[in-house]
Write a protein that binds this ligand. Structure first.
Ligand code: ADP
Length: 415
């Protein structure tokens, strides 16, 4: 009996020891695993085979890790996306404490103010020496309200739109800086254009009104009547010229404008221009010189190239009193060169950069008297740009001017 009891007891002890060893191994592995979870390592799983409560515990732990891993990926992705967005945003962003101390700023803001000015630890008030800006920054925030201000930086010529939001929960400000200089300039150019246009139209319209009133009053003899009608016709012609030039200009100014490309001989176009202007050149006693050149066919918009030449040659004739206007065409290094030179009044050096602006004329009275609109060279500039070319001007006062249009040979590619 004693032997039997002892054997059973020994067996029970052995069984218990084995069981304890298994429990110990399982616990050790679980502790190691939980430690790895604390280090945010969610990629491993417990693969130990277990029974009963341990099996359940292992299953729950694996499931929990699975969830935590998914959460980490999601929040990580969101964080990454936000960080990328912060850096690539065109607008400048600054995060400050309530006191105005800068915590973080993105790349764009450094482009607006400079690397050294926007730094963590500096105060936002230091960014601009501008009373309106300081007042804006120091204004007490209202919860959920976005404050906005528009400022001009005279040192850089930039216009900035600044928005500010206070995050009550975090006691932080988010500032958003948008560079609106281009939009502002565009608005200015537009309003200047309208002012110039109104001015240009008002002069002939006022003249027409005045002369019509005199005609209406009657009492003019035949000779005066003829004179007045001639003046009226001249002013109406001027209005028609302005409107037609404006139509061409607004057409060629469209950035998305497609060219009506065809292959043609530039000599043919120049021939037509020479025919068109022969009479007016002769009337002024000017020579209109052109020798056809041996050049390949050009691929471009024939109508627009014709317009370009009309403007350059008519300028040449209008601004030359004696001598000649010469047209030359060359093909050099895969480029077509069209040169229109004259022996006319020339252009003062300081005026040359401005002559391509809309309505700009060196001598308004002279240009008007000769039927000029001040739009011709703007049209030329846009036609050249549409053909991906460039235009050069050389001029000497009282000696003459030389306009060279350089057009790349685009026959291989399409516009
Ligand atoms: P406009 O209708 O007045 O000719 P453009 O835009 O064609 O307008 O030219 C602008 C100005 O540039 C002219 O008013 C003139 O002052 C100057 N200009 C252009 N071409 C010549 C030239 N060949 N010789 C002298 N001045 C010129």
């Amino acid at each position: 009996m004693i032997y039997i009891v002892l054997t059973v007891l020994v067996l029970i002890v052995i069984f218990l020891l084995l069981h304890l060893a298994i429990i110990h191994r399982n616990l050790k592995e679980i502790i190691l695993y939980v430690k790895s979870l604390l280090n945010e390592n969610y990629s491993s799983r417990i693969i130990r085979k277990a029974k009963g409560n341990f099996a359940e515990l292992i299953r729950i732990l694996n499931e929990l890790t699975e969830k935590m891993e998914k959460q980490k990926v999601n929040s990580g992705e969101k964080g990454d996306v936000l960080a990328i967005l912060f850096e690539v945003m065109k607008e400048g962003v600054i995060l400050t404490k309530k006191s105005g101390e800068i915590i973080q700023a993105n790349k764009s803001i450094k482009e607006i103010f400079g690397e050294n000015i926007v730094k963590a630890g500096k105060m936002i008030q230091e960014l601009m020496v501008n009373k309106d800006f300081i007042d804006f920054v120091n204004k007490n925030p209202e919860e959920g309200k976005i404050d906005v201000i528009e400022l001009h930086q005279p040192e850089t010529g930039k216009y900035l739109l600044i928005s500010r939001l206070f995050l009550e929960q975090y006691q932080l400000f988010i500032y958003l800086f948008s560079d609106i200089t281009d939009t502002k300039n565009l608005a200015r150019v537009k309003s200047e254009f309208i002012t110039n246009l109104s001015h240009e139209l008002r002069t002939p319209l006022t003249a027409i009104k005045g002369y019509l009133e005199v005609l209406d009053e009657g009492g003019l003899d035949g000779k005066d009547k003829k004179k007045f009608i001639k003046i009226l016709r001249g002013n109406i012609e001027r209005l028609v010229n302005i409107v037609s030039d404006l139509l061409i200009l607004s057409d060629v100014e469209r950035t998305e404008r497609k060219l009506d490309v065809e292959k043609f001989d530039l000599n043919g176009v120049v021939d037509e221009i020479v025919m068109l202007f022969r009479k007016s050149a002769e009337e002024k006693g000017l020579q209109l010189v052109y020798t056809p050149a041996k050049i390949p066919l050009y691929s471009g918009d024939r109508f627009l190239i014709q317009q370009l030449l009309v403007n350059l040659v008519s300028n040449g004739i209008r601004f030359t009193e004696k001598g000649k206007v010469e047209i030359e065409i060359k093909y050099e290094g895969k480029k077509f060169l069209i040169t229109v030179s004259d022996t006319g009044i020339g252009i003062p050096a300081e005026e040359i950069p401005k002559i391509f602006e809309r309505f700009y004329t060196v001598d308004k009275a002279r240009s008007r008297a000769q039927g000029g609109t001040g739009l011709g060279l703007s049209i030329v500039k846009h036609i050249v740009q549409l053909h991906q070319g460039e235009i050069k001007v050389e001029s000497r006062l009282r000696e003459g001017s030389r306009f060279t249009v350089i057009l790349p040979d685009m026959s291989a590619s399409s516009f």
